[in-house]
Design a protein around this ligand. Structure first.
Ligand code: ADP
Ligand code: ZN
Ligand code: ZN
Length: 741
């Protein structure tokens, strides 16, 4: 497999790691049988580097030979090579870095580290008859032959030793006698081997609406199909049918889901229908496991890749469809270089291959909606649930009114009443709050300071950590850098004892549930309770099995769950994310409420969602309560137009980070001066909303450009900008940012 190269007989173009703006591909000589998409080692300057064969090349005098072939087969398909090149141009990131983002990290390590695992296994050498003749009369040898003949390439030496209670020497003698032969067999690390959740597949008769959707997708080559269906409208069933059709035609498929909803529930549904044609590329797999799944796709044993963002680059020949579920989620945008948006790149891959891209969601972003409308791409609406159950009723509780009437509990009177009722009826309840911890900040009422992280400009969150002596000790934790300190008894600024914790988090909700409903069985699901591998699954299983009455959680509970016994959803503070300094904060709040409300009432009984808020008439809350996505999108588009924000413009965002505040400020100033000559509106320089992170000061500059600006033409000009290249300064460019903090 891994072979040194003696002499080459064709010229190939090899992509090597160099900084942006420099030539990135070079011509090398390679053996006749190398393929595009293989990795090779090549001499480059004085070093040896790993490169990717990205194309054939015309003959070049003096070209060096490649030194080593790492793969015997391509690790990526040709269209993905094109895709990474496109990403590089769009994002102003070196091509090589885009390539690295497209292959799993296990593969990068494949040279050393996470190699495919091999096992030395036994088979019969030659015919069984000859083996039996060679060992005639030896009873144990004969039974050994019988077992191995029945299961060639399965048992290793130790397996046989254990099974037949023989010595190693005994087996080795049989090998020496040429009765048995040993060979290396690649073992599959099956990521599912520990899970025994496989459900029986039920294939329902499609509703008229679903049938229409499947037909429309069938004819949507090269189109972006927005499947806009309320929660429970049968979107997943539509994907499954469309994918089955594609597979029957001998083609493959990619399904992207948000990491968090890559729950066994979701994966099981796909596996139940499509069996081992599925490869799952979950980031919780070990890099070795992911590598195995990648290889299964590469050699065609699996034809459907299911995974988060990066599964988009899966090496599937003859790809027939790409599906992106929960397409409104910001997680499809990568938050580190290269900062690509998987939806945009998927669009490119789909157009390039002339296959459908299906974007499914109950709450499309106004940007996607606008795009489909203005580009004439299809939108399929599924306004009702498939099963008899209707969407839940919703009620808004004005928490200002509660307070005015003397009720200070974090649970309104209506919510308490409904929780009691549901508990009595043995129905299940979800309580949602998008804030983990016990309290969100500690304030000194003498000097007015809140206790902040010394490294980040954010308040510390109170957590009641579990300690060894079973006593709960309050701790302050930074949700950005995880800095921890013991909860002080007096203000660190002025020494006053008048400090108090404010803003309830999920821990506090759990405490209140125990206090008010002592007999209720509650379980909490947030980043703190799901840190261990598998804990996410365990919590869900416990809840689904009915061993708990109340599930308390952050946005984690809103995704990809089909919880059929939940009749009541309580949204504790609907407006908790509404006032963030981000023009998408309203839309995200709206989407979150709609998604969480959608968790209720999938049972026969109609569900109820109670939305607690201080701003009941805000469109993000009011339209969410009505479950009126269309009205909200209209409102939001008007607002975006008036404020000159996407989708009516595009944004470029630079963040300057430095441990020295002056360096960050100066860098930002310098850039905004240079940008004066650019078409567009400059915003800033200004401190970023998170103005200090992990000890680094952060300043931002944004450029608002017309939405039809060709970014590629822009890149040359941008590359020539020469803000100070000081070592103590880090400059991050985000094109079409989703994270403005
Ligand atoms: P969505 O993805 O839009 O939330 P799902 O595909 O998960 O919707 O469907 C919701 C529930 O309805 C699932 O339990 C699913 O098995 C079931 N379901 C989907 N389509 C049908 C159908 N045509 N007939 C009966 N049940 C269906
Ligand atoms: Zn103080
Ligand atoms: Zn911090």
């Amino acid at each position: 497999m891994n072979s040194s190269v003696s002499f080459g007989s064709k010229f190939v173009s090899v992509l090597v790691p160099v900084p942006v703006g420099k030539d990135e591909t070079f011509t090398y000589l390679a053996p006749e049988d190398v393929k595009i998409g293989e990795r090779v080692r090549v001499g480059f300057g004085k070093r040896e580097v790993i490169g990717y064969i990205v194309g054939e090349s015309s003959a070049r005098e003096g070209a060096k030979s490649i030194t080593y072939r790492i793969d015997s087969e391509p690790v990526i398909t040709r269209d993905v090579i094109e895709l990474t090149k496109y990403m590089a141009n769009e994002l102003f990131v070196p091509w090589y870095r885009c390539m690295e983002a497209a292959v799993p990290s296990g593969l990068k390590l494949a040279v050393k580290g996470a190699k495919p695992r091999f096992k030395r296994v036994l088979s019969i050498k030659g015919s069984i008859e000859s083996a039996e003749i060679k060992t005639a009369g030896e009873e144990r040898a004969l039974s050994c032959i019988k077992i191995i003949a029945g299961h060639p390439e399965t048992f290793g030496i130790t397996d046989i030793m254990r099974k037949l209670e023989v010595s190693r020497n005994f087996v080795e003698k049989l090998i020496k006698k040429d009765v048995l032969v040993i060979s290396e067999q690649q073992i599959q690390r099956n990521p599912f081997s520990k899970l025994d959740l496989i459900k029986k597949d039920v294939m329902p008769d499609l509703t008229q609406e679903q049938k229409r959707a499947v037909e429309e997708i069938r004819d949507a080559d090269g189109k972006i199909v927005l499947v806009w269906g309320v929660t429970g409208s049968g979107k997943t069933e539509i994907y499954l049918r469309a994918i089955s059709e594609v597979i029957e035609k001998g083609k493959g498929a990619i399904v992207l889901v948000p990491e968090i909803s890559l729950t066994p529930q979701t994966v099981d549904r796909f596996r139940a229908r499509l069996g081992d044609k599925i490869a799952v590329l979950h980031s919780s797999l070990s890099s070795g496991e992911r590598l195995d799944e990648w290889m299964r796709l590469r050699d065609g044993r699996a034809r459907v890749a299911v995974g988060p963002r990066s599964a988009l680059f899966a090496p599937i020949d003859n790809l027939g469809i790409i599906v992106i579920d929960e397409a409104h989620e910001a997680t499809y945008k990568q938050n580190e270089t290269p900062r690509y948006n998987a939806i945009k790149i998927a669009e490119k891959r789909a157009k390039f291959l002339n296959i459908p891209l299906v974007l499914g969601t109950a709450t499309p972003t106004c940007e996607q909606y606008y795009k489909n409308i203005s580009a004439g791409e299809p939108i399929i609406e599924l306004p009702s649930r498939v099963t008899a159950c209707a969407l839940p009723d919703t009620k808004i509780v004005d928490m200002r009114q509660e307070l005015a009437e003397g009720h200070t509990s974090i649970f309104s009177r209506m919510l308490i009443r409904e929780i009691k009722k549901a508990l009595q009826n043995r129905e299940q309840i979800i309580l949602f709050l998008n804030r983990r911890g016990h309290a969100s900040f500690v304030l000194c009422r003498a000097c007015g300071e809140s206790i902040k992280c010394p490294r980040c400009a954010v308040s510390l969150t109170v957590h009641l950590s579990e300690r060894r002596n079973q006593k709960r000790v309050p701790e302050l934790i930074c949700h950005i850098c995880n800095h921890r300190v013991a909860h002080p008894s007096k203000c660190p600024s002025c020494g006053s004892h008048l400090i108090k914790a404010f803003g309830a988090g999920t821990e506090k909700i759990e405490e209140e549930v125990h206090r008010i409903f002592p007999s209720a069985r509650a379980i909490r699901m947030d980043a703190d309770t799901t840190a261990k591998k598998d804990s996410h699954r365990k919590i869900l299983e416990t809840f689904i099995a009915g061993e708990k009455d109340i599930l308390i959680g952050t946005q984690m509970i809103g995704k990809g769950l089909d919880l059929s016994r939940v009749t009541l959803v309580g949204i504790i503070a609907a407006d908790s994310s509404l006032h963030l300094p981000d023009f998408r904060a309203e839309e995200r709040t709206f989407q979150q409420i709609v998604q969480v409300v959608g968790r209720a009432g999938r049972a026969e009984k109609k569900g109820l969602a109670i939305i607690q808020t201080y701003v009941p008439s805000h469109p993000a809350v009011a339209f969410a309560a009505e479950q009126n996505v269309k009205k909200f999108i209209e409102y939001e588009l008007k607002r975006r137009k008036a404020s000159n924000m996407p989708p009516f413009t595009r944004l470029l965002q630079w963040t300057f980070e430095s441990e020295i505040e002056e360096a960050a400020v100066n860098g930002a100033r310098e850039l905004s001066k240079e940008l004066q000559t650019f078409p567009g509106e400059i915003l800033g320089p200004a401190p970023a909303p998170l103005e200090k992170l992990r000890g680094r000061f952060r300043w931002q500059v944004r450029l608002v450009i017309e939405s039809n600006t060709n970014i590629e033409l822009f890149s040359k000009k941008l590359n020539s900008i020469s803000y100070s290249k000081r070592k103590d300064l880090r400059v991050l460019l985000d094109i079409d940012p989703l994270d403005l903090m």
